[in-house]
Design a protein around this ligand. Sequence first.
Ligand SMILES: CSCCC(=O)C(=O)COP(=O)(O)O
Ligand SMILES: [Mg+2]
Length: 866
Amino acid sequence: MSAMAVGEKRVKSIDDSFQNASKVLVDIEGTTTSISFVKDTLFPYIRSNLQSYLKAHWNDAEFQQDLLLLKEQAKQDEADKVDGAVLIPEDNEDNTMEAVAKNVLWQMDLDRKTKALKQLQGHIMREGYKNGNLKGHVYSDVVPALKSWAHSGRRIYVYSSGSVEAQKLLFGHSEEGDLLDLFAGHFDTEVGPKVEPDSYVNIVKKLDCRSEDIVFLTDVPREAEAAQKAGLKAVIVVREGTELLTEEDKVSFPVIKSFHDFVFEASAKRKKMCTNDESPANGPISETSESSITEKNKAVKKTEEVSPESAGSGNTVSSSDCEMMDVSSNDAQVTDMEPDKTKIESQSTDDKTMAVEDSDTKESEKVELEPDDSEVCKTESSAPESKTVGAPDVEKESPKVCSENAEECDGKEVSVTSLTKLSAEVSKVDIDVKLNDSKADKKDSEAGETEVDIKGIPANEEETKVDAEETEAVGMSTKDKNVEVRISENDSRDGAELETVSGGSKNKSVGTISNCLESESGALETGSEEGKIDSCDEVAEVNAGDKKKFCDSRSASGDVKGDSCNEDANLEETEADTQNKKTDVNNTETEEKMETNTTEIENVKGINDEDVKDTEKNDRDTLAAEMEDEITEEMESSAKLGKNDVALKKKIDMESGGTANGREKGENTKPSEDLSVSEESGVTKSESEVATKTESDILNQTSEKQSDIDFSADASPENTDASPEESKTEGISEDPESTDKMLQDKMEDVSDAVKNEDSELLATSDNDTVKEDANANEDTKPLDSKNEGDEESKTAEDTAKENGLAFTTENGKGDVTNKCPDTEQNGEVTDKEQDVKIKKLSIDGSGNTSMTKDDVATPAVASGSS
Ligand SMILES: CSCCC(=O)C(=O)COP(=O)(O)O
Ligand SMILES: [Mg+2]
């Protein structure tokens, strides 16, 4: 436990570990809400309405349920010989009613937290909320803080002794309006008493996360202790009327006076992708929350002695560069919910309550968790979610990551349409995937690793370099043992797409690439089903929700079965063989094309002098020279594209400016369509098909098909309807063969350069946070490797560590965060961006990719290729 001295006192601070928490669990009374409201308003209302309520609802089925619980509790109290226990005799209605009233008042006098009492209280207060007599109190700092936490990617849950229904009534009818969207779920004493560690263990189970993923905020030290014992992080909130804290409490728990004192570093992803999102993680995000985050992050507060009277937060939350989204789901204890119920839940508290009552499952849900899709970035078109017992549906990771997920947030999910333009006009980057057996240690072995070398086409003839501070990442299905990734970029870098072709159609992955708007690093991001790699300066995340959503969309589109999308890939050696074959084919074809061009030139040069006059010889020589020049020009044109990239990035970043990626919710294209078209396009190939496909074939096909789809990363019309003509970039040869040949040559050179520089690059990389979930290997399998002995064979974690990447996995899904140098965050675009970037990626077995930030100085490939 970390504690810091302040004067002679010591208090526990909110250390970095709190930043790693992806969930926040809040108590109500004394934490979000004043004790006074509960004691002076709520409870008095219940007391004064008790008798009339009993009379009015005695025969209601709902009350009869309450009565049963009260009787059971009374019997238990009697058995436990609880002092002053008021029994409820099986008598006539009047006597029983009188006894019930006495029993309830007695329990309330003791502020008991029995389920029987809380359930009835909830029902009685419901009328007060509905008729407007009651308005739930919420401290003024709560809503902005919750929003900022949600905006930072955290999910917020409630755990109160008050029944779930009472919780919803309070927040749904609060003085600040309906706040229910802020919460991803609710827990009451159904999971156990708040002073019992087991209760928190139950919550951890229900959220399917690690205990340390949860920060619990409460005003009661005993509750904090219980949570801490269960492994949660606990923070004590000091409000008016809350318990006096002991010195031990202050050393054991961070203490805050306001929710503002607990600041989460905003996830880069959230900042990047949801800036304009009106419906953030758990609810709307206000400007206030945004600025709050910023200010708080800048602030460095002094830790002060905390007392109920003058409790200061004193706790500065140090930020971590990269936050990750949690990956969680509820377990079987989550109440079943009809598909349309979730919809109802997103409407109003009252409606929700009705929905619960109408359900055939439980009359009152004690644990209710909102679908995650609704939390981060709501999708307008999402199908009704259902909470099914046993189904991990509670927290559908979207991504938010933003929800991140692509299709919902600011248009981060882009269609593959742009590849039409991209492949036609640009700097083509081929990524060869090398699959390495992970042998280092068990963890690594389980995680598996795929290393990816990106062979780039030079941006210009200058010495090709990779900016050490620029990172680009490409993600793909880790199931894809053999993955061919093509990245094409056009002047709509924000939506550039990534396409992967695996050996087997099952593993096909069509991801997306999006610019890192905040870094100008031209980050590539995939929204593919297996991994989401964000090479942005600040963060890269692989979100299971993205995966699920992606899988779902694919499944819906008939692209692939959801199961096959989600399940671990069965990697077979034949896939690797296919990749190797394909490489061979490409190499051969490249050589052939080279020969063809050379022959053409030689044919011109080789015209028999005797057959021509001097003037004709001159013409011949001129023609040959012209041909050479033409080819050189083409080469240079290709190189210029790199410059175009830089200009485009600038342009996009400028356009996106303070509006994230410049996209509004709902502007995204339909992933399923994208995918299905991709499938049609032949991106997904059988092994044999892939083996015999040339790169240009596949690219051409992709270009043709993808032109049918909207490219939504950039909503501008000109970027969404890319015709082949429009796709052409000035200066680019329209002869695909000659261009291909030259590009192939360049690729070869770059590839060599990469290989030669690998060890050096790895050696110069620094170390950053590497965190791996204990469960990270659940869904992973060792990858067979076709590159045994490859010196680059490293674990994803190792590679990440060596290259300054935060490697993070969660819940077995694996998150990879890419910590990028601060300098990147300045968003400066330098001439370096004109250089070819050769990046190295490693993909672990669970679909996560970490990218090295290796920068490779490569030869001037443009000149070398000719
Ligand atoms: C909706 S909570 C009403 C207040 C209440 O009944 C209660 O017991 C509050 O307990 P908490 O665990 O929130 O401190
Ligand atoms: Mg409390």
